[in-house]
Each structure stands twice: as C-alpha cells, then as structure tokens.
Design a protein around this ligand. Structure first.
Ligand SMILES: Cc1ncc(C[n+]2csc(CCOP(=O)(O)OP(=O)(O)O)c2C)c(N)n1
Ligand SMILES: [Mg+2]
Length: 655
C-alpha cells in the first residue's frame, strides 16, 4: 500500500468532520475515534467486494453505534462502492441523500442493518452469525464461510439487549463473531463514570466470550488484537481504547465531539493537527488509490467462490434461498384442503403448529424458535432439531427468556438471508420485543412473530399476561402486518401470507383457547383481502359485525340471534387491517356498506375501530385490564357474550 495507514484513517476523519460540518448536525466523535480500528479492519481483514455488494459469502459488518454513521459512509465510499458518492456524502442527513442520519439498510448496499437504536446492531450481528453457521452446516465451507464484525459503543454495551444477545452468542459459541468496543469512556452526558462502573470485560468473559484489549490508535496493536480474536473459537470482544473525536485538538476526548459539528475553528485546527491539506470533501489521489486497492483485496476470493458455486450441485437451491424466493409452487392448498375435508376445533396456536408442520416440510429455510415458551407457542414441529453449538444445522432455536434478543437476532438472520426466522412469545410480551419489531418493519425484514395467548381468553394467568392494547399498538406500526386469524383455515392462510411477504414482518396473534372451524368451504385465500364477509345477512341487512380471532365465534352467535329476530347482520371476519386497507375502494365499500350499524367485536382496546365504524358505530372491546379467572368466566364478565352484545345492538337500532 502506497499511503501510510494513518493517512488512510485521516481520510475517514476528514470526511466525517466535513460532512457533519456541512449538515451542521451529526456525530463526528465516534468516526474520528474509531477511524484507526476501522481502517485496519476494512483494509486488511474484512472480506467484501465493493463491486458485488450482495456476494452471499461476504463478511457482514454492522455499525451498532449507528450515530457514527459517517464512519460507514466514509468506508463504503473509500473502498469503492458505487454509493455513497462524494455528492451523496455532501448531502449527509439531507432529503434525497442515501447518507441518512443513521445508516439505513435499504438506502445503501454495504449497510447490512439499520442501526441507531443502541444495542440492537450488536444483537442483529449475533443473528447474522447464527445464520452464517447454520448455512455453513447446510452448504459447507465451499459456499458459506464468512465472519461477522460489529462496532459497539459504550451505549450499546449499557443497553439491556447486549446482555441477551451476548449471552446467546456465548451459549451458541459463535466464534466467527467479533465485536469491537469503542472504549472511549464518553457518552452524551459526559464521562461514562457518571453512570456506570461495571466490569464489562468480566461480564463478557462470563458469557463465554474471549476478551482482548488493544490501543485503538495503534495499528499494530489493533492487528494483534484481531489476530488473537480470529485464533480463538469463542465470540470475541475487542476492547479498543480510543479517544473520541481524535484529531480535533481542543475537543477530542470530550462529549463535545459526540453529537454536534466541531465548528469552523476546530475543524481548521484539526486539519492542522492531522496535517490534512485538502479542501473539504476533497481527497488526495494517492489516498483514494490506496483505499480503492484495499477495496479490491477480496476480488480473488470472490472469483474463487464463484467458481465453487458454479461447480456445486447445490447452487440453484442456495441462490434461491439467498434471493429470498420461495420454492416454485409453494402453497398450503393441500394442507388447507385437508382441513376443509375434516374440520378441526383447535386453538389457533395449535392450528399454527399444524400449519408449521406443512410449512417446515415445504420450506427448508425456516428456522423456528421461542423465548422459552415452546410448548405454549406451539412453535416447534416434530422434524425440527435444535440449533446448538454442537450442531448448527438444527432448525429450532431455544432463545431462552430473551424476547428482545430473539427478535433482534431474527432481524439479523433475515438480513443475512438464506433463512426465514420465526419466533414465539406471549402477545403481551411483544412489548419486550417491540423495538426490534419496529426495526423489522423499518428494515423490511421477513420475520414472523408467533404471538400466542392473544387476549383475556388466556384465562387464569390474569392481567399481567392478558394483552389489551397490544393488537392496536402493533397495528399502528407502519409496514407490520398484524394477523389475528379466527380458525384453523385462516391461521394457515395468514401463515402463507406472512411467508409470501418478503419485504416485511408479520405478527400472528393466536389463541390459547379452542375455536371452532368457521371456514368449511374450499376456495381462495380470503384472509388475503384482510377482511371478508364470512356470512351475509339473510334478513334485510341492518348491521355489519366486524370481528377478529376468537371473537368471530362470538359474533357468529350474535348474528344468529339478530337474524332470529328478523334483523339481518353481515358477519365480517377481519384477520388483518393493513391488508384490508390496501384493497380497492369498491371492495372496501362492499364490505362496509353505508346506512347500517357497524359493530366491532374484539377483546382488546377499542381505540382505532372508529376507522371502520364511523363515529356512530358500536365498539365492543376492553379498555381496562383483565382479571384472573377461567376464560369463559372472563368473556362473560367483560361482556363478550351473545347475551351481553345483542341488547346493545338492539338499543342502537332503537328496537
Ligand atoms: C436506545 C437508544 N437510546 C438513546 C439513544 C441516543 N443516543 C445516541 S448516541 C448516545 C450515547 C452513546 O454513547 P456511546 O455509545 O459511548 O457513543 P459515543 O458518544 O462514544 O460515540 C445516546 C444516548 C439511542 N440512539 N438509542
Ligand atoms: Mg462512548
């Protein structure tokens, strides 16, 4: 390499301070502090090909400390990715530039994960490392043999999720995962000593990690630490002692460099300090050349890999899986036909297990799991063996009681590609996983959340375990499909829809209690419409009943009672709001006709049903916490019975 490595690192520093200065917003401290570590990693170790960012066997790099986004933008630009261009970097944090405030996986190739919510990047890296080992077990070293690297800050290592993620990584022995800790002892409020005094290294050792320490500004020492990490079979934490904002002579080492532009004077002083004479956003040719050359380091490895996959008899299947395409002809039609032929009275969680029995046979890419509720979530099917440190080929992960860690790891697995993760917990504990569900939605990952015990219908466990506002709060999340199927057929339909949506997550809200099979006729996937008329009014229509999940059965009883009095009522099952909202206006108008009373029946918060009911509709729901008792008693107590609902409807109809 012609240019000195420290000059290469200074290119990162210059671009970072210039971009933050131009935007007058952003975080120069972290990229300037980690420039030396990142330079060693990206010019000497990282296996990637900027000309082919989707090479499946590339190393994965996750900037968990996402506020330092200029670090990855600089690295991608310098190593020769098509984007970001220098113009993109000039537009840092502005509309239209892919260089968003925090790195977004969908805006730039080479950004493997959206990061910014501290700690989640680290947990996604764990998921990526799981996917890598799993695919390695299935396809062998010839096709899958790469590493996962992450940079975490003090903040990432304070967030609770790092405990869940690191515990899982240690347990699964993910030796190809290396996390750099940007040990600068500074966060926004000042010195880390203000808020923490724990022994992070001891904690990681206790998780079963190797811990190595280095001087994050001494390139030889950084190399030594990485070599030690590579030689050890455990996941590694490299504690790199750094100075935040290194190079800014008056502000370095202080929180002043964390989240604001350095200011013209300090930038000028930094240019002097770094002996950096180029104008803002300009880079000396020899430095660009050296970076580009480093970016081409793995071209040979990539070419070798290409010849291996071309020679492999598994190439078609491997490529299909990495592209996220389902096998040709995939469908659950045969399974659904069997249900129609022999209707089943089942809890939808059980129906989900039966559907999974078919799915896991048809789709070798699924990896199931649960946060210690396997028997309750019904997430494991007979053919699935556990994925363990000894056998990564298993297709079931015992995540332990780590809902957030599970969800974030599933994001990492989905982002890695080649696998479709699904994982279970109780719907009420969606709250524990919620920040990662949000990142599934934002990152457009196909992660399927199997959330059982979806209402007071779970019974005796009581209000701590009974979701109330959860369905609505999840429905409020953009790009998340929330499914609440009413019977075994809808459950299978919803599973199929969730699997077919390669660009977003799904939540399946499933019951603990048994439900009759309401769908007994063969036909198309009606859940795909989001809502459909399960039974049309017989008598002249005066009401439309909208119900989801277990309350569709109740609504059927209500419709029967109304019809018996000559009051026609449509029964609409509404397993998925977002899919219904996406239907054409004519379909929606047909399902929700004007001039009749609209009634919603759902054992959860009513907030939001006005969207379909109008202001003069009737929402039957639950806007308080539940109680501990057998489910039938709770349904009675809280008014989810024909006897309680019919008089309310009659009153509104002035009967
Ligand atoms: C979950 C979460 N909480 C809070 C923030 C806001 N925030 C961004 S950076 C930061 C401090 C992080 O400190 P550290 O990781 O040490 O980064 P450094 O200041 O060293 O760059 C905080 C609190 C966030 N991004 N994510
Ligand atoms: Mg810090």
């Amino acid at each position: 390499m012609a240019a000195e490595p420290h000059l290469l690192a200074n290119a990162i520093r210059a671009l970072s301070m210039d971009a933050v200065e131009a935007a007058n917003s952003g975080h120069p401290g972290m990229p300037m502090g980690m420039a030396d570590v990142a330079t060693v990693l990206w010019t000497e170790y990282l296996k990637h090909d900027p000309a082919a960012p989707d090479w499946p066997d590339r190393d994965r790099f996750v900037l968990s400390a996402g506020h330092g986004s200029m670090l990855i933008y600089a690295l991608l630009h310098l190593t020769g990715y098509a984007h970001p261009t220098i113009e993109d970097i000039r537009g840092f944090r502005q509309l239209g530039s892919p260089c968003a405030g925090h790195p977004e996986n969908f805006l730039l190739d080479g950004v493997e994960a959206t990061t910014g919510p501290l700690g989640q990047g680290l947990a996604m890296a764990v998921g990526m490392a799981v996917a890598e080992r799993h695919l390695n077990a299935e396809y062998g070293d010839a096709l899958v043999d790469h590493r996962t690297w992450a940079i975490a800050g003090d903040g990432c290592l304070m967030e609770g999720i790092n405990h869940e993620a690191a515990g899982l990584a240690g347990h699964l022995g993910l030796g190809r995962l290396t996390v750099f800790w940007d040990d600068n002892r500074i966060t926004i409020d000042g010195a880390t000593g203000l808020s923490t005094s724990e022994d992070i290294e001891g904690r990681y050792r206790a998780y079963g990690w190797q811990v190595v320490r280095c001087d994050g500004h001494d390139m030889a020492d950084i190399r030594r630490a990485i070599d030690e990490a590579l030689a050890d079979p455990r996941p590694s934490l490299i504690a790199a002692r750094t100075i935040i904002g290194k190079g800014a002579p008056n502000k370095q080492g202080t929180a002043a460099t964390h989240g604001a532009a350095l200011g013209a004077d300090e930038v000028a002083a930094a240019r002097k300090e770094l002996v950096w004479e180029s104008e803002p956003f300009e880079l000396p040719d020899e430095i660009v050349q050296a970076w580009r050359e480093a970016g081409r380091r793995s071209e040979g490895a990539h070419a070798d890999w290409r010849s291996r996959i071309e020679a492999s008899d598994q190439s078609g299947e491997f490529r299909r899986r990495m592209a996220g395409e389902l096998p040709e002809g995939f469908s659950l039609d045969a399974y659904i036909a069997a249900l129609i032929a022999a209707p089943q009275k089942l809890a939808t969680r059980k129906a989900s297990e039966l559907a999974l029995g078919a799915i896991n046979e048809l789709l070798p890419e699924t990896i199931g799991g649960s946060a210690d509720l396997t028997g309750s979530n019904n997430t494991k099917t007979k053919s699935q063996n556990p994925l363990t440190k000894e056998d990564y080929s298993g297709r079931y992960i015992y995540y332990g009681i780590r809902e957030f860690g599970m969800a974030a790891a599933m994001n990492g697995m989905a982002l890695h590609g080649g696998v479709i993760p699904y994982g279970g917990t109780f719907l009420v504990f969606a709250d524990y996983a919620r920040p990662a569900i949000r990142l599934s939605a934002l990152q457009q990952t196909r992660v399927i959340y199997v959330m059982t015990h979806d209402s007071i219908g779970l019974g005796e466990d009581g209000p701590t375990h009974q979701p109330i506002e959860h369905l609505m709060s999840l429905r409020a999340m953009p790009n998340l499909d929330v499914y609440r199927p009413a019977d075994a057929v809808e459950t299978a339909e919803c599973w199929e829809l969730a699997l077919r949506d390669a660009n977003g997550p799904s939540v399946l809200a499933l019951t603990r209690q048994n439900l009759p099979q309401l769908r007994t006729e063969a036909g198309p996937n009606l859940s795909a419409r989001g809502a459909y008329r399960l039974r049309a009014a017989a008598a002249p229509r005066q009401a439309v009943l909208l119900a989801t999940g277990s309350e569709v059965e109740v609504a059927l009883g209500v419709a029967d009672a109304l019809e018996a009095q000559g009051i026609g009522a449509d029964l609409v099952s509404m397993p998925c709001w977002s899919l219904f909202d996406a239907q054409d206006p004519a379909y929606r108008a047909d399902i929700l006709p004007q001039g009749v009373l609209r009634v919603s029946i759902e054992a959860g918060a009513t907030l939001g049903w006005e969207r379909y009911l109008g202001l003069d509709g009737l929402a039957i729901g639950l806007d308080r916490f539940g109680a501990s008792a057998p489910a039938p008693n709770l349904f009675k107590r809280f008014g989810f019975t024909v006897e309680a609902i019919v008089p309310k409807i009659l009153e509104r109809l002035n009967k």
